[in-house]
Design a protein around this ligand. Structure first.
Ligand code: FE
Length: 134
């Protein structure tokens, strides 16, 4: 696994836009249909905007109709971590970058076969590295 990336709140604030900071470091959620990638169909690898960790392959992206980028699986299971999120009177599974602990979004069990997973991820937490892998 890649080395852990740890920075102070002040360092993250300097590195990120205020919107990215709010989503990634404060577990915020961008408004649906406002992000850069919900409608994006370009090939490539979606990386963590905080640490560059490869998170999701565009090949696993699908149109969920939710207004957030949605993926059926991560590039590798060890790129992310799941946390139980009990905020907002709901029990949800939060998805976090394993390398830098950035909040990415949530995962639900209503995705397409064969994984049936729907990783519902904020555009704000991602950076698309365009192009296909050989
Ligand atoms: Fe990260």
């Amino acid at each position: 696994m890649d080395d852990k990336v740890q920075r102070s709140e002040e360092e993250w604030k300097k590195m990120l836009t205020p919107e990215q900071y709010q989503v990634c470091r404060k577990k915020g959620t961008e408004r649906a249909f406002t992000g850069l990638y919900h409608d994006c169909k370009k090939p490539g690898i979606y990386q963590c905007c905080c640490c560059g960790n490869d998170l999701f392959d565009a090949k696993t992206k699908f149109d969920s109709g939710t207004g957030w980028p949605s993926f059926s699986e991560p590039v590798r299971d060890d790129r992310i971590r799941h946390e139980t999120d009990r905020s907002r009177m709901m029990k949800r599974t939060e998805v976090v970058c394993r390398r830098c602990d950035a909040h990415l979004g949530h995962v639900f069990d209503d995705g397409p076969a064969p994984t049936h997973k729907r990783y519902c991820i904020n555009s704000m937490s991602l950076k698309l590295k365009e192009g296909t892998r050989g």
